[in-house]
Design a binder for this molecule. Structure first.
Ligand SMILES: Cc1ncc(COP(=O)(O)O)c(C=O)c1O
Length: 352
């Protein structure tokens, strides 16, 4: 049997519903819905009652519009494909004053969100006053404003407080216009779990938590149930005597007589090299990885492991946020790296 990637669509739905029951969610579905699969994710999110979707990719935005006429679709990146945006009723993010001055005649009639740059320094207006000039000119159909916090996920970094204050100052400047907006959104999963929905805001803009992953380690696991699982099979077990090596260029050198389980998964499946610094689970026991290769993983095991056993890299005990804490990478990075076409896909569909 090959490596298996499980998508638990029912769990995704339950997770999304519990979130949507708390707050209106503008769910982030960029990068093929965090690599969960756009169609798979959309069906679960829609069933959960989520009616607002955000992506950076125009093709994904158009695909979403084809699913439903009524949902709100926000393009988080700027685009000059104005006809496509207009035809499909996709809300456009205007990223700064330069873009506004250059295109203000062309984007009339398109729903507009203005973004504040803040400390992320990606896209965005530099100040609330700049944003206010766009409101004051009254040329555009502005339906939303937003920002994104660069430090919400870093619990010990005080710059999150600065970002929040900057944003709060923007809201103060734009106060006369806030009642005209249907979308005021700033908070990703971490910000929402830390602070709840900020006052005056209409939606959280959630990624990780909507996909069943906690943004950081240490939160109650009951807040999110992981919707993916990654596993492989033990194909062989080899004994490596003390002093001998295994893997290309002696990637592993046995400091004692060692049993290595050879498993059918590797970086070709999208397993990050950083992930190979940490354990896998076989028969409910954890074992360290010795070598990561393109199609194989060598795991240091004991005699309790047999050929044919399943090897878990991600499951309910081995969670994305645990590996984020260990430095493997962001939740989205761990999810986005998985190469679907190299796995046998196991679907747990929505129940009727
Ligand atoms: C603009 C924007 N908003 C929201 C999110 C969702 O963040 P999270 O997955 O931490 O909830 C992202 C993620 O990359 C983002 O880029």
């Amino acid at each position: 049997m090959s490596a298996i990637l499980t998508f638990n669509q029912q769990r995704l739905f339950e997770q999304a519903r519990s979130l949507q029951d708390q707050q209106d969610v503008l769910v982030v579905v960029k990068n093929n819905a965090y690599n969960f699969g756009m169609e798979r994710a959309y069906k679960a999110f829609y069933k959960a009652g989520i009616r607002s979707y955000a992506t950076t990719n125009l093709e994904e935005a158009v695909w979403l519009r084809k699913q439903d006429n009524q949902i709100t679709i926000v393009l988080l990146d700027p685009s000059t494909e104005f006809d496509v945006l207009r035809e499909h009723d996709i809300s456009l993010t205007v990223p700064n004053l330069t873009f506004y001055h250059q295109y203000k005649e062309d984007i009339k009639g398109i729903k507009i969100h203005l973004v504040f740059k803040n400390l992320l320094n990606r896209f965005g207006f530099d100040t609330g006053e700049e944003m206010k000039t766009v409101f004051d000119e009254q040329l555009l159909t502005i339906t939303g404003i937003w920002t994104h916090f660069a430090f919400a996920d870093e619990l010990t970094d005080e710059r999150y407080e600065i970002e929040k204050e900057n944003w709060s100052n923007v809201l103060t400047v734009l106060e006369p216009y806030l009642h005209t907006l249907t979308f005021i959104h700033a908070q990703n999963s971490a910000s929402y779990l830390r602070d709840g929905l900020f006052s005056q805001h209409t939606h959280i803009r959630a990624g990780a938590i909507a996909y069943g992953a906690l943004p950081y380690y240490g939160l109650p696991e009951s807040l999110a149930s992981q919707a993916i699982e990654v596993s492989a099979t033990v194909k062989d077990i080899v004994s490596v005597p003390k002093g001998q090596s295994a893997g290309y260029s002696a990637a592993f050198i046995a400091e004692e007589d060692t049993l290595l389980a050879i498993c059918d998964i590797g970086y070709g499946n999208g397993i990050l090299r950083t992930r190979s610094k940490h354990e896998v689970m076989i028969n409910q026991k954890t074992f360290p990885i010795a070598v990561l290769m393109m199609s194989h993983l060598m795991v240091k095991v004991d005699t309790s492991v047999s050929i044919g056993d399943r090897v878990y890299l991600y499951n309910d005990q081995l969670r994305l946020e645990y590996f984020r804490q260990k430095g493997v990478g962001a939740i989205s990075e761990q999810m986005a790296s998985l190469n679907h076409h190299t796995f046998k896909i196991n679907e747990i569909p929505l129940s009727e």
